[in-house]
Design a protein around this ligand. Structure first.
Ligand code: NAD
Ligand code: UDP
Length: 311
């Protein structure tokens, strides 16, 4: 039988894919979102489905619902969006975690936190295993997001130790795919939109910084497996694609795959921009039997097809 599942941030990029997956599996899904970066278009096809409900609500306010599982995804994720109102970003991470953990405690729901590779900051350990404690600036322009997510992890483990809340903590590495916001400033969406519009491709810095990009379908598979993993396994667990690319390589790949005549230009590197990032995924392999299956080039082709329809 299906479960009653709450997805906060369900109208966003990852949340909308998760709602699709949960509905397809026969669950009763409540999508909660304040529509700050999310969009009703991402879930339009689900509106009217008998097992789907949308609630416009801000996670910084408490809410009472009867559910079996909570996926806590509500939080702007791209630097442009989380830096727009940094105080609100910290509130969303911290008060949102407190409110959702309080709900999980009251109704005995299992709760999964969408944490991030940003908890590792600008890492001195490469690649990053879960045991690495990170190198994060407390006072920089990325801190509202990075430190907010770190406190959220702390709250998850304190509710677990103090109140026996059934928690799962997932550290998500850069993910891309259809339903990304075309103006969210993230590198994959920026480069594809620029290439399709014949505009210059804006590489920040010299483009030698690296990221590991995971296609959204792989990511959602890992997320659902973690939620349904064995009792007592809390994580934190890295979910991401260990394929590591420089930003310049990504720019060249997008130009090739779109057949664009766009030129690469170089712009200043934003402060605290991590130089390298790549997950160690041994724990996900062992505990969840999970590893990514979609290589970057294949995922980019699918994402380009999506953006061709909307830009
Ligand atoms: P997104 O911006 O597309 O989605 C976030 C959703 O949360 C949006 O629908 C937004 O409207 C909603 N939201 C924001 N603040 C809210 C609030 N106060 N109350 C209710 N809803 C609110 O981003 P995404 O990429 O889908 O990210 C989803 C989650 O995964 C985030 O928590 C993010 O930190 C985490 N994550 C994503 C990535 C990635 O590469 N996409 C990487 C690491 C972590
Ligand atoms: N980036 C870039 N050009 C852009 C957008 C981003 O060179 O138009 C770089 C950015 O400086 C960073 C990397 O791409 O080094 C990934 O940026 P994104 O905002 O997607 O994610 P994050 O920095 O949070 O990993």
């Amino acid at each position: 039988m299906g479960k009653r599942v709450l997805v906060t941030g369900g109208a966003g990029f990852l949340g909308s894919h998760l709602c699709d997956r949960l509905i397809a599996e026969g669950n009763d899904v409540i999508c909660l979102d304040n529509l700050f970066t999310g969009n009703k278009n991402n879930i339009r096809h689900l509106i009217g489905h008998p097992y789907f409900e949308f609630i416009r609500h801000d996670v910084i306010e408490p809410i009472h619902l009867e559910v079996d599982q909570i996926y806590n995804l509500a939080c702007p994720a791209s630097p442009v969006h989380y830096q727009y109102n940094p105080i609100k970003t910290t509130k969303t991470s911290v008060l949102g975690a407190i409110n959702m953990l309080g709900l999980a405690k009251r109704v005995h729901a299992r709760i999964l936190q969408a944490s991030t590779s940003e908890v590792y900051g600008d890492p001195e350990v490469h690649p990053q295993p879960e045991s690495y404690r990170g190198c994060v600036n407390t006072i920089g322009i990325r801190s509202c997001y990075d430190e907010g997510k770190r406190v959220a992890e702390t709250l998850f483990f304190d509710y677990h130790r103090q109140n026996h809340v059934d928690i799962k903590v997932m550290r998500i590495f850069n993910t891309y795919g259809p339903n990304m916001h075309p103006n969210d400033g993230r590198v994959v969406s920026n480069f594809i939109v620029q290439a399709l519009q014949g505009k210059d491709i804006t590489v920040y810095g010299d483009g030698s910084q690296t990221r590991s990009f995971c296609y959204v379908d792989d990511l959602i598979e890992g997320m659902v497996r973690l939620m349904n993993s064995r009792d007592g396994f809390t994580g934190p667990v890295n979910i991401g694609n260990p394929g590591e690319f420089t930003i310049l390589q990504l720019a060249e790949m997008v130009i090739k795959l779109t057949g664009s005549s766009s030129k690469i230009i170089f712009e200043p590197l934003p402060s605290d921009d991590p130089l390298q990032r790549k997950p160690v995924i041994d724990l996900a392999k062992k505990e969840l039997g999970w590893e990514p299956t979609i290589p970057l080039e294949e995922g980019l082709k699918k994402t380009i097809e999506y953006f061709k329809l909307i830009v």
